[in-house]
Design a protein around this ligand. Structure first.
Ligand SMILES: NC(=O)c1ccc[n+]([C@@H]2O[C@H](COP(=O)([O-])OP(=O)(O)OC[C@H]3O[C@@H](n4cnc5c(N)ncnc54)[C@H](OP(=O)(O)O)[C@@H]3O)[C@@H](O)[C@H]2O)c1
Length: 313
């Protein structure tokens, strides 16, 4: 058996459950690619899986490899694959029910991959797929955000928020974003029109007439978001399904988004990156062997942009 280095979870629990070790090298099925992983990025879902929060929804076979953002090079293609060749540089947010990208190699369905943006390195490309697809889905598919509309993006400085802000600005929207004071200047440079420091100001006291709220926080933040919408506006959450009853009371709409792989949107986003319209924000790059530290940082809840695991230097 050929082995590779990977980070695996043998039991649900804290960051200490991430073990950097040898694992079997996967082999691609007919419709799959074998990818040499160059970089993987961390998403909060990674540590939610590690803690066991999703085990009732996704029955993982342990040990399993987390990580559902990848940028790398195609090493082999399955017999039915026609869209990709050995040597292609791809990026992907693959199926979350299968082994992920904290590894030297992974397999994913060819239908889940897109050609990587050529103007950024693998570390920056790996920062994009999950947060980019989620933002595209929430803003454009669910929210139908249009030029000239007003959007409120919660946690604008986070992994999802930094991409959502740039996609909304590309669309021509007026962007209001929440973050703590240390991120004010950063977000202004990213294009946010109005930055609200959530630690000192109740956003609902100063924001009005919003067409689309993008809720990346949930709980009390979601509840307080109804009142900032204009009649007919929409609250889109990626945390928990908003109440239809409350939406009706406010004369607005609601949607809940849970990400699925989407190669077509990744291709569009790669084009925006290469056109200079969208810039992936990477705060920290760590080697694969430091996945525990990466999870601890992510769990602190105050990442600016993304944390990336560099697999090939
Ligand atoms: N449903 C789906 O398909 C889906 C997809 C992607 C993500 N998600 C979920 O969406 C959430 C956000 O993901 P992410 O990757 O963006 O997380 P993240 O990168 O870890 O978010 C960190 C950011 O949150 C900000 N923040 C923390 N508390 C805040 C508050 N009360 N108000 C405003 N900003 C606040 C921080 O800003 P400061 O440092 O300035 O405080 C920081 O920049 C996670 O829970 C994730 O699991 C769901």
């Amino acid at each position: 058996m050929t082995t590779i280095k990977a980070v695996r979870i043998h039991a649900y629990g804290g960051p200490e459950q991430l073990v950097y070790e040898d694992a079997p090298k996967p082999e691609p099925a007919a419709d799959e690619l074998l990818v040499r992983v160059h970089a993987a990025s961390i998403n909060p879902v990674d540590w939610k899986v590690r803690q066991g929060y999703l085990k009732d929804f996704i029955p993982y076979q342990l040990p399993m490899i987390p990580g559902w953002d990848v940028s790398g090079v195609v090493e082999a293609v399955g017999s039915a694959v026609t869209d990709f060749n050995v040597g292609d540089e791809i990026y992907s947010r693959p199926d979350i029910t299968r082994d992920g990208s904290y590894a030297e190699y992974m397999v994913l369905r060819a239908s889940e991959a897109a050609h990587k943006p050529t103007s950024v390195d693998h570390a920056h490309a790996a920062a994009v797929p999950l947060a980019g697809i989620t933002s595209w889905h929430a803003l454009f598919e669910a929210g139908k955000l249009e030029a000239g509309q007003r959007v409120l993006i919660h946690a604008a400085a986070g992994g999802v928020g930094t991409l959502a802000v740039q996609l909304a600005k590309w669309k021509g929207a007026h962007v209001v974003g929440t973050a703590s004071a240390r991120n004010r200047e950063f977000l202004q440079q990213l294009g946010v029109d109005e930055v609200i420091d959530y630690t000192s100001t109740k956003f609902e006291a100063v924001v009005r007439d919003i067409d689309v709220v993008f809720d990346t926080i949930g709980d009390d933040t979601q509840e307080r978001s109804w009142q900032v919408l204009k009649p007919g506006g929409i609250l889109v959450s990626i945390i928990s399904p908003p109440s239809q009853e409350t939406a009706d009371q406010h004369g607005v709409r609601q949607a809940y988004v849970f990400i699925e792989p989407n190669a077509a949107w990744l291709t569009e986003i790669a084009g925006l990156i290469d056109a200079g319209k969208v810039k992936p924000i990477v705060e920290t790059v760590l080697p694969l062997s430091e996945a525990r530290q990466a999870h601890e940082l992510s769990q602190s809840g105050h990442t600016r942009g993304k944390i990336v695991l560099q697999v090939v230097e």
